[in-house]
Write a protein that binds this ligand. Structure first.
Ligand code: CUA
Length: 167
């Protein structure tokens, strides 16, 4: 069989691209541990409170160890529920020391919402029936806006809170 010169070049290029693609995919998935955000942790959307992490007293920020925090919240139309502060007012502002490890756990009883800490890599889709989890280290001090980036209805634009990373 005789291959034309350009055929050889393009075949080499094509196979080369495939190999590079698979190497990148393999590197991301196996060495860096990058997987789709949901590992399929399910929850009954009609009975969220039955799940320990989403009981009213466990919502919001909890320090679990030195430099180790968990933030549990419920997204719903059209609110982020981080629990209540000592005065009984809804928490809308979370403060986390810079450089600490944070696990965000979010679920919803109604429709698909987003959970995006604008300007960071914290960006999740929140679906009824699932717990969206993301663990990260927030290094850069500042005040970040948490927004819903999945259109969820007329009050979509009212879903926000703030997260402060302090030194
Ligand atoms: Cu919730 Cu958009």
């Amino acid at each position: 069989m005789h291959l034309h010169k350009y055929e050889k070049i393009w075949l080499t290029f094509g196979i080369g691209s495939l190999v590079v693609f698979l190497l990148i995919l393999g590197y991301g998935a196996f060495w860096k541990g990058t997987h789709p955000q949901s590992h399929g942790v399910t929850i009954d959307p009609n009975n969220i409170q039955a799940y320990e992490d989403f009981k009213p007293e466990n919502l919001g920020l909890t320090k679990v160890d030195d430099n180790q925090y968990v933030v549990n919240l419920i997204a719903s139309a059209f609110n982020y529920d981080f629990g209540k502060d000592d005065d009984g007012a809804p928490v809308k502002h979370i403060r986390i020391p810079a450089g600490s490890n944070v696990l965000f756990q979010v679920t919803t009883p109604d429709v698909v919402h987003g959970f995006n800490v604008a300007g960071t890599n914290v960006n999740m889709m929140v679906e009824p029936g699932y717990i969206s989890q993301l663990e990260t280290v927030l290094k850069k001090p500042g005040i970040y806006t948490i927004v819903c980036n999945e259109y969820c209805g007329v009050g979509h634009h009212m879903m926000y809170a703030t997260l402060e990373v302090y030194e």
